[in-house]
Design a binder for this molecule. Structure first.
Ligand SMILES: Cc1ncc(C[n+]2csc(CCOP(=O)(O)OP(=O)(O)O)c2C)c(N)n1
Ligand SMILES: [Mg+2]
Length: 330
């Protein structure tokens, strides 16, 4: 018999259903974006597929009314949980004026929405890490009790920005949660050629913080780790490093052909552990999700995705006269 694990974590049946729904919504938006890209309608996709459990599990462990998130380009699950909508994301895919991230100026995946404390990032990977540390420092100086949550890939954990940010946060005991989404690849480079240590979390020790490696296909495992890290941060005990291990189920982006560097058998094997299926199975075995309920959820989500697609496709592009907005002082 399947053991009820979410109960022990203080999560209700409604909350885990909402976690599953958010994971599924992220997946369906992402899948639609690939279709639109291949149909020549949107220029670029960079996927969350395979990482939804880690993203949603983590976001649900935070205070979504108070904490700051500095997501990286795959974090559809994080930004949806923090209040971005399917429509917002489609507007970004189509690069339309109403895109909340940048008014259609940045590439998709550069999430930013002030009202939901989603902090915009740059294209050079890992630059969001020192930003997150700075926000945590500001929070500490102003005696606020939010935590700052930042994500990045395992490949990006080799960038100086990570090491400098982690060290500063460790020295000053700042309320930052560093979450590495280890999807086993940095474009074409497998993790065995990226890291000299076994786990990214091993690096935590060097910066005076705890480090944990968790199953990134299990939203409850990630939830538990991030919850602890957030409590630690709010108690003034400093930062934590969490590595959520999963697998990148798609090519790096819509401009990449992964058949040139990995076997399709490897991808197929990873699909067996796809959290969308394993978490659905968990909920079904406990009777929280039924076939009928899941179908209703699928239908409701597809309607949302269809509406968002139509809306964004028909929305206006930015007025060329606004080209210098947010670039020069007005
Ligand atoms: C500083 C910098 N170097 C290189 C790139 C090009 N680049 C974009 S994504 C990426 C791979 C990052 O891999 P990882 O951190 O594991 O994240 P993943 O894409 O696997 O989620 C690279 C090299 C970049 N954007 N910025
Ligand atoms: Mg990676």
């Amino acid at each position: 018999m399947t053991e009820n694990r979410h109960d022990k974590l203080g999560l209700t049946d409604e909350q885990v259903l909402e976690m599953f729904r958010t994971m599924l919504l992220a997946r369906r938006i992402d899948e639609r974006m690939w279709l639109l890209n291949r149909a020549g309608k949107i220029p670029f996709v960079i996927s969350c597929q395979g990482q939804e459990a880690a993203q949603v599990g983590a976001a649900f462990a935070l205070d979504r009314k108070k904490d700051y998130v500095l997501p990286y380009y795959r974090d559809l699950g994080v930004v949806l949980a923090f209040g971005m909508t399917a429509k917002d994301l489609m507007l970004s895919g189509f690069a339309k004026a109403e895109d909340p991230n940048s008014g259609g100026r940045q590439m998709p995946g550069h999430f930013g929405q002030k009202k939901n404390r989603i902090v915009t990032g740059s294209s050079p990977v890992t630059t969001q890490v020192p930003h997150a540390v700075g926000i945590a420092l500001a929070g500490k100086m102003e005696k606020k009790d939010f935590v700052s949550f930042v994500t990045f890939g395992e490949g990006s954990s080799n960038q100086g920005d990570f090491h400098e940010g982690a060290n500063f946060a460790g020295v000053h005991k700042l309320p930052v949660i560093f979450m590495v989404e280890n999807n086993k690849y940095a474009i074409s480079v497998p993790v065995s050629k990226q890291l000299a240590c076994e786990n990214v979390s091993d690096r935590a020790q060097g910066y005076g913080m705890p480090g944990f490696t968790v199953d990134g296909n299990d939203p409850l495992a990630v939830y538990a780790a991030v919850k602890q890290a957030a409590e630690r941060g709010r108690r003034g005990e400093g930062p934590s490093l969490i590595e959520a291990v999963s697998y990148r189920l798609t090519a790096h982006s819509s401009d990449d052909d992964d058949r040139t560097y990995r076997l399709k058998e490897e991808v197929e094997a990873a699909r067996q552990e796809d959290s969308i299926h394993t978490f659905s199975a968990y909920l079904r075995e406990l009777g929280i999700l039924t076939e009928q309920k899941e179908q209703e959820m699928q239908d409701e989500i597809m309607e949302l995705v269809n509406e968002a697609t139509d809306y964004a496709e028909n929305a206006a592009y930015a007025d060329p006269d606004t080209i210098f907005k947010h670039v020069y002082a007005e």
